[in-house]
Ligand binder design. Structure first.
Ligand SMILES: [Zn+2]
Length: 285
């Protein structure tokens, strides 16, 4: 009973082209399969399954290679366009899919009464410090570990929290429109344990940053880096491998924070994604 044509249609994932044959190995040379699952909205993502080490493209830009298992992730920026062209290529051919990207709905967040140096820093010593911190953070974001630890989605990093600010809110500080808020704020008491939402390698771990206080970044592979801000305790070091659910630190109110919370962020190759959208997500089967 070779090749029941209806079988693929029962899967939850989007079946886009000749996947089954590709996974059988090199014996059948043909275009790579491409299956996608995820949240096709601004701040969202897609997890793809294709041929091992296929080249991946997003909107015509090469964004790396699928993992040894054929998994990859692409992210849709908060301010990205209303459609995305996702493509894969092997020496045997290529496949692509154009996905509509739904517009995100974002809050307006007004915060007034902040000291002016917090809103628009002008002090030279502070500017130099911010520049040095930005350089070190950029190294953390640039980490590209050969992992696919996003494939089972995320678990929540904190148990028992109040979502005090959602991803993507437009910030107006002392009346001045500023960069949107690229995190989900999980309000919880100082000292509340913070756990890794998925396995990965720690690409940044420091305390005492001006804006972030204690900050951890975890690279989950394929350029997907999650961030934990305002920590009162940082319990991991750069280069350390962490497992899903592992204790990594504690909630705090360090840096520029109005109260104790975990600001949880997610970046993919420079794009800002909503980490909450990855909770409970799964790679296509
Ligand atoms: Zn935040």
């Amino acid at each position: 009973m070779a090749g029941n044509p209806g079988q693929g249609l029962n899967r939850r994932a989007l079946i886009l082209s000749g996947a089954a044959a590709t996974f059988a190995g090199r014996a059948w040379a043909g275009p790579p399969g491409l299956e996608l699952a995820g949240r096709f909205q601004q701040g969202g993502f897609a997890i793809g399954r294709t041929a091992p080490r296929a080249q991946v493209r997003l909107d015509g830009e090469e964004v790396g290679q699928a993992s040894a298992e054929g998994l990859f992730v692409v992210g849709f920026d908060r301010d990205g366009p209303p459609a995305a062209e996702i493509g894969v290529r092997t020496p045997d051919g290529e496949a692509s899919h154009r996905a509509e990207i739904a517009k995100g709905v974002f809050d307006i967040q007004r915060i007034s009464g902040l000291p002016e140096d917090e809103v628009t820093p002008s002090n030279p010593a502070l500017l130099a410090r911010l520049e040095a911190e930005a350089r070190r953070k950029a190294e953390g974001f640039a980490s590209h570990a050969d992992l696919d630890d996003f494939k089972d989605g995320f678990v929540l990093p904190v148990r028992g929290f109040r979502l005090s600010a959602r991803f993507g809110g437009q910030r107006i500080l002392n009346g001045e429109p500023k960069r949107p808020h690229y995190g989900d704020d999980l309000a919880a008491p100082v000292g509340t344990p913070v756990h890794a939402p998925a396995a990965g390698v720690v690409s940044f771990a420091e305390t005492g940053l001006h804006y972030e206080g204690g900050l951890i970044m975890i690279d989950h592979g394929q350029g997907l880096v999650s961030c934990y801000l305002h920590l009162s305790r940082v319990g991991v070091v750069r280069g350390e491998m962490v497992a899903t659910g592992q204790l990594i630190g504690a909630v705090g109110k360090e840096g520029r924070a109005t109260g104790p919370h975990l600001c949880w962020r997610l970046k993919w190759r420079g794009r800002n994604l909503d980490p909450m959208l990855l909770v409970g997500a799964q790679a296509p089967v």
